[in-house]
Design a protein around this ligand. Sequence first.
Ligand SMILES: *Cc1c(COP(=O)(O)O)cnc(C)c1O
Length: 427
Amino acid sequence: MAGDLAILGGEKTITADGGEQWRRPVEAEKAAVCALIDEGYLSGSGSGVPKEFEERFAEYVGCKYVLTTSHGHTALASGFFAAGLGAGDEFITPSVGYIGSYAGALHMGATPVFCEIDPETLLMDPDDAARRITDRTRVLSPIHSCGRVCDMDRLLALADDRGLVVVEDAAHAHGSEWDGVKVGNLGHIACFSMQGSTPGGKPVAGGEAGIVATNDRELYERALIYCHLHRPGAVQELTNPVYRELEPQLLGWKWRPHPLAMAIGLVSLEHLPERMDRFEANREALFRKIEGLPGIRPVCNYRKAKGVELYGGIRFIYEPEALGGLPAARFVAAMRAEGAPLNGPGVGHMEHLRSIYTKDLPGLWGAGHDGPANVPLPRYREGDFPVSEAIRGRVLSYPGHIQAADGFIDQFAAAFRKVVLQHQQLL
Ligand SMILES: *Cc1c(COP(=O)(O)O)cnc(C)c1O
């Protein structure tokens, strides 16, 4: 074994640069953006670059209809509206989730009902979701966190059985697949984010923007009328005779994306497959090198799921029982001292523990616990989601690499081995 643990004064195992070495083609982005500036096409939808992005994304995913929006938030809000969600309805979303995922539904006056995540996959637990369905439930909204796909067979069967619509939060899941079919082409309606820039941003990034994808004409038309005020040709495109009665302003929201975001997004979409392949190869190389080490294992995926963690990072389940009860935070500190970019413990936001569900906040929205749409919010407290709350302390994460510095993956694996094999020195 290579010397003492770095946290106890030994040499660092990792000497290679732990940062992302892959660089996006900035020149291609500049050229695409400058072309629009030269042209003066800085606002619009249904034509030019935004239309081209929608066509290319539909082609990539393999679905029939794609609509771009200003943000992932507004894509999801349009998805919830398309699903028919409204005031007084309930929707089910995981307790380990994100308020931005369901803000659109919350602001429409629909009631969030949280469900547990599966402690093996860290994704929406279909059994627990089933138990929480009531007469008022209209939507299931799973989140494909970190590009890892939820159990879509079970969720779609459940939705079918109970007459619900599945609005997928696919903010991290561009290019992810279930049983060989890409997200956006497998359920009812999937909503993506394009926030940030590569690397580190959403898998297809354009600064700020969002995408709605569906194979259902009715869901597409409803998303369109909800958020694309003045989209040229929109009314003519509608096939539902009721929607055709609308004026060109449709239902009034103008949530189309900025064309510059679409131009950058097109470049990002082009190099998505390459980034996914490289990321997966690095991840699998690391997993092979640490296979069988006690105390730490990659989080499980469903057998039919395929995807990469370009956003959110690669997750590990930490098992202190296997390491003499060594606390997760101490394990992480020891790894970081070795130079490893390991984070945690933590699993993400505990939605049910947000102040709006747990505290009295008179004056925020008015009397009592009225939400942003003046509809009462549910009350939750610590202990309501024991599975999600317990797993918080056991999840560690590593951002992953599209391109790692020479020797980094080997050294990272060696750091894991060193800390695991010498853990007794930390007890
Ligand atoms: C980023 C994100 C969103 C919202 O996307 P924006 O483009 O930032 O509006 C929704 N859900 C999840 C899980 C996200 O990470």
